[in-house]
Ligand binder design. Structure first.
Ligand SMILES: *[C@@H]1O[C@H](CO)[C@@H](O)[C@H](O)[C@H]1NC(C)=O
Ligand SMILES: *[C@@H]1O[C@H](CO)[C@@H](O)[C@H](O)[C@H]1NC(C)=O
Ligand SMILES: *[C@@H]1O[C@H](CO)[C@@H](O)[C@H](O)[C@H]1NC(C)=O
Ligand SMILES: *[C@@H]1O[C@H](CO)[C@@H](O)[C@H](O)[C@H]1NC(C)=O
Ligand SMILES: *[C@@H]1O[C@H](CO)[C@@H](O)[C@H](O)[C@H]1NC(C)=O
Length: 411
């Protein structure tokens, strides 16, 4: 009797000892593997695929699978260099909408996926890819509510178009949102007439960086029902700026930042826009000179540090910039990613309690990870090569074709 009771108590204590760590391990693995994901495009002309990676709270990137967009990738005509779409925003996730939208530049379509919030590496295509209503779509943006997707066409037929999101049918064309830029670019259909599309923080402006001499912003008013003004106003860069490329909204302000390949970065004060067209950036707008500037094209914002991160493809450097309440930009710190990495698109995700910056290092066929441990306190924590994973899946990938970076975090 005594020994039986001892045995029972022994067994239950063994079971207890064994069960608790197993549960903890399982929960940690679940949290680690499925709490957040990163996505980018192979953008291959024979078939575009989304590469999906799980993000763990120690900064690791673990490649899970790739999924066809059922569209085709493309490359700007006449170039064989990396950055094939010359864009930011080729793929974009929305936490509020639990969706993922991606451009197919070679078939002039947009693909939509649902994201499973309890494991964002699980995505499922919704409906068929839809026409971008133009040529050579290079970027998409999603509104804050996650129920409207707008695409930027940068080919010979260039401009913007928006869709509402139907969770079963996919992207539904939205009336009064097809707006042409009418930028004349030559030669070839795959031109680079524009680089990025984004809403301002209030979602009452839709903004595009347009290629010109110099590049300029095209800005539409967005009505509360999501329709766009007939006409757009244009704004040329602040002094020193020349080639604004990306667009990242400044939270709480009617203002944006752009990476600019002439100077490093531009800050745009949109609170001073007038009714006239062909304006010059005014108010508190100013350019920000970034040291070692070669090709700063991409930008991202971290809520945890409150700072912006600019990515230079030529110098392969990430630069952290603070923008204060008066919209004054100051370089905080730089994070070299290794000469020749060709760092392109980047996105921030909160994993665990930390913000990480995920950078598509095209020439390394890798994602570089910078842990953003506080303002001015980033650390390079790893570089994760995806070439073995895509080869194992039998999917073609090429360093000069990959594009885009976006993240989804359930945190
Ligand atoms: C990658 O793409 C470039 C540009 O189109 C091409 O020149 C090169 O041969 C490709 N490399 C491979 C391994 O397919
Ligand atoms: C959307 O709102 C605008 C501006 O208020 C209005 O002119 C337009 O008719 C509305 N369109 C639809 C489809 O409701
Ligand atoms: C749009 O621009 C055209 C041509 O400049 C002008 O005639 C028209 O009145 C403008 N429409 C609006 C709504 O401002
Ligand atoms: C305004 O700028 C656009 C784009 O650069 C140009 O095509 C147009 O001629 C300009 N209009 C005026 C009135 O200067
Ligand atoms: C790409 O990386 C290789 C080394 O792996 C290097 O030789 C080459 O110069 C790099 N290309 C660019 C454009 O930096």
């Amino acid at each position: 009797m005594k020994s039986a009771a001892l045995l029972v108590s022994l067994i239950s204590s063994i079971a207890f000892v064994a069960a608790v760590p197993a549960q903890l391990v399982e929960r940690n693995m679940f949290r680690g593997d499925a709490q957040a994901a990163a996505y980018f495009l192979t953008n291959q002309p024979t078939g575009n695929n989304i590469v999906v990676a799980a993000l763990t709270s120690d900064g690791h990137v673990s490649y899970k699978h790739a999924m066809s967009t059922r569209g085709l990738g493309a490359h700007v005509t006449g170039s064989t260099a990396a950055d094939p779409l010359m864009s930011q925003g080729a793929i974009q996730a929305s936490v509020s909408g639990q969706i993922l939208a991606a451009v197919n530049a070679g078939s002039s379509t947009v693909s939509l996926f649902s994201i499973n919030p309890s494991d964002p590496t699980v995505i499922q295509q919704i409906g068929e890819p839809v026409s971008s209503e133009g040529e050579f779509p290079v970027a998409v943006t999603i509104n804050k509510k996650g129920d409207q997707v707008c695409v930027l066409n940068a080919g010979q037929v260039n401009g913007v178009h928006c869709y509402t999101v139907d969770k079963t049918l996919g992207l539904i064309r939205q009336a009064d949102t097809l707006r042409y830029l009418n930028v004349v670019r030559d030669p070839g259909p795959m031109t680079s007439a524009a680089h990025h599309i984004a809403f301002n923080d209030a979602n009452d402006k839709l903004i595009v960086t347009v290629v010109g001499t110099p590049n300029y912003l095209a800005i539409w008013d967005v009505a509360s029902n999501g329709t766009l003004s007939d006409n757009f106003t244009t704004v040329s860069p602040p002094s020193g700026g020349m080639n604004p490329f990306s667009l990242t909204p400044i939270p709480g302000k009617n203002a944006m930042v752009s990476a600019d390949t002439a100077v490093g970065a531009d800050v745009w004060d949109l609170s001073v826009l007038s009714a006239q067209s062909n304006q010059t950036a005014a108010g508190k707008s100013a350019s920000v000179s970034i040291g070692g500037q070669m090709a700063n094209c991409w930008s991202a914002y971290s809520q945890k540090t409150g700072n912006f991160y600019f990515i230079d493809a030529g110098a392969s450097i990430v630069t952290e910039v603070n923008v204060d309440q008066n919209l004054k930009g100051t370089v905080v710190k730089q994070y070299p990613q290794g000469t020749g990495s060709t760092t392109l698109d980047a996105a921030v995700a909160t994993v665990g309690n930390t913000d990480f910056l995920y950078v598509l290092a095209a020439n390394k066929t890798s994602i570089d990870v910078v842990s953003l441990d506080g303002p001015g306190n980033g650390k390079n924590v790893g570089s994760y090569d995806f070439s073995a994973m895509v080869k194992a899946m039998g999917i073609p990938v090429n360093a000069t074709w990959v594009q885009g970076m976006t993240t989804f975090s359930s945190a």
